[in-house]
Write a protein that binds this ligand. Sequence first.
Ligand code: PLP
Length: 440
Amino acid sequence: MTERDMTQSIAEGGRKPSAASIIERCRALEGGGLRTFADASPLVLERAVGSWLEDVEGRRYLDLSGLYAVANIGHAHPSVVAAIAAQAAQLIHCPSAYPSRVRAEFYEAVASIVPKELHSILPAMSGAMANEVAVLIARTRRPKGRIVSFSGSYFGRSTGVVGLAGKTHYRDVLGLEAQAQFVPFPYPLNMGPDATDKVLALLETLTGPAGGVGELAAVMLEPIQGNGGIVIPPDDFLPRLRAFCDRTGALLIADEIQSGCGRSGRMWAVEHGGVLPDLMTIGKGIGGGMAVAAVVGRPELMTWAPDTYSSTFLTNNVNLAAATAAIGVMREEKLAQRSAALGEKYLGIMRQRLNGAPGVAEVRGKGLWIAVEHADAQGKPDGKTASSIIRRLRNEQVIVGGGGYAGHVVKIQPPLNIDESDLAQGIDKWTAAVLAQSDR
Ligand SMILES: Cc1ncc(COP(=O)(O)O)c(C=O)c1O
């Protein structure tokens, strides 16, 4: 305990600290820029088990957010907790220079759930890091090649990928330049049913002889955009983009960090389009709550010389053991199938209740990944309504996520093994909150 903590604890008379005091202590010492500062009264978590969160003052919340789409197998799954405890007692730190049984098991577990052609694996510690590695692989192959990215994309906040984000704000605040050639993501609600034709025509023009973009190293995208607001491209988009990459020799990099691990009703969202990317990045749910990510790809692309890539904690054995256990849970509990079945049912219910309601531009989703996009009377994105619904639900002890280019989308990405009665109650509260807003 630091002197400051001690003073705080004495001031609180040995009681459990209040949420407000913890926020104050964090804010006093935390550098600016973290999300803690984005909310006037952020939730101060003390426990998270299954689909339930508990704050430091003992209030319980139903977690329909997966805490940023991580808790695909629920929080503190017993298999993951047991794997962490056993591994922590055995071998915690294991640098990547030292092969280990745990690492072999992790690779084999990943190989058992990714497309069989993508059986070379490089571990990473965050989604951003995995994406940086994927970009480096593409650049190694075509050093002068450009990267194509899409409006609304989100690949993480590190220097190597924030310049590929399809939202200028993320790099402008850091003084960084764009690092990609941007094209619109096919967004059926805004672009109509021929969105794929429009986007591919633009891509052909930009990368053609008169387009000025030149050789491409890679086309990088989320097969379904998460942060962008669960934007689902038309069915023909991925196959036609694959054909474009084959013709131009650009690598197709699919970021499955949010869309993967069963979230969209398939293990990977690219499966909906029947498409095989050259490289795929995975993260979030793969670690069962621990910081694990990876790049998987065709072996002929993953041919760096030894010691080209490393980091001290890259292959932490506790994290990898947790990921292996989490992958086991996804398979044993058949979570992708459950996501598909529950997702279809509750998307149907939500559409029945909300389609046509004032202020609701669209209800969409795939698997247990459902979004409501809000628009005002003029049809403009309505971020204010979305935030007020998120706030109202928090007051009703239900946590949902937000997204969209104008913060105008409310979305859920709950644990895929959530009790159906909890999910139904959460959906009831969500739809009631939207309808209450529509009535105003
Ligand atoms: C699609 C996608 N890619 C990459 C990332 C970045 O992952 P991380 O926050 O682990 O760096 C995120 C995080 O939200 C994401 O949604």
